[in-house]
Write a protein that binds this ligand. Structure first.
Ligand code: GLN
Length: 253
């Protein structure tokens, strides 16, 4: 009981499990609805949200995932996982896809464009730095990244990214292309929190900085019904969360 689940249908679930392990916490792969009963929090990784949705549908996971969110259990969606958690997603090529929902946001699935517009940037996250310590900024890896284009009143913004004026970007559901002379100061939301839900448009599991994982684990301890002691430690590893680095998968330093 009390383990951290990682939805393991497709995408970067291994990297999330490795990041949790670096914090001394065991991540449990989730592929079937009944497996959700054995975990008290869940990470939905990045990947390809349409593919992940098809697999989730095939395994009849959507009702159990929605129930998990409704029960107030902590869920963190990264990238495609953020799309999963949104109440509304726009920017699909062919129709809509099934979503878990719960996060009062509208997400643009490919806000930053296609694969070739993938990039990395140093981004400020004051709330992360105040809770976890360390630098004011973190390294954000954006891979065909989505962004939050509308957030409800109950949604806390944890990080924003200044949209460069010379970049071609999709800024709304109607896929309006911003021209070079667009307002240079526009910022787009890339990390949010709403009660038990955390959403990030980037991939913290691909960097050596474990602060976002640690932040989620603390959220899980605060929001979850279980106390922190219920988080299952990797055998032989000190349960206390720290930022020591055990890199068994390649990560950006
Ligand atoms: N934009 C992608 C999608 O629609 C998500 C990309 C990612 O998770 N790295 O699924």
């Amino acid at each position: 009981m009390g383990a951290v689940g990682v939805l393991a249908l497709q995408g970067s679930f291994n990297e999330h499990i490795a990041a949790l392990r670096r914090l001394g916490v065991k991540g449990v792969e989730i592929r079937k609805p009944e497996q959700l009963e054995n975990v008290s929090s869940l990470i939905i990784p990045g990947g390809e949200s349409t593919t992940m949705a098809k697999l989730a549908e095939y395994h009849n996971l959507f009702p159990a995932l929605r129930e998990f969110v409704k029960m107030g259990k902590p869920v963190w969606g990264t990238c495609a996982g953020l799309i999963f958690l949104a109440n509304k997603a726009v920017g699909q090529k062919e129709g809509g896809q099934e979503l878990v929902g719960g996060l009062d946001c509208t997400i643009h699935r490919n806000f930053f464009g296609s694969q070739i517009y993938s990039f990395e940037a140093e981004v400020a996250a004051p709330e992360l730095a105040s809770k976890e310590g360390g630098p004011e900024t973190f390294r954000a890896v954006f891979i065909r990244a989505p962004a939050v284009i509308e957030a409800g009143p109950g949604v806390e913004v944890l990080a924003e990214y200044p949209v460069p004026s010379n970049k071609v970007l999709y800024s709304s559901s109607s896929v309006r292309i911003q021209e070079e002379n667009a307002a240079p100061e526009k910022k787009v939301i890339i990390a949010v929190k709403q009660k038990n839900l955390l959403g990030t448009a980037f991939h913290p599991e691909l960097t050596a900085d474990t602060r976002w994982h640690s932040y989620f684990l603390k959220m899980a301890c605060e929001t979850g019904e279980e106390a922190s002691s219920s988080i299952v430690a990797v055998e032989g590893v000190d349960l206390r969360i720290n930022h020591k680095q055990i890199n068994e998968l390649p990560v950006y330093q």
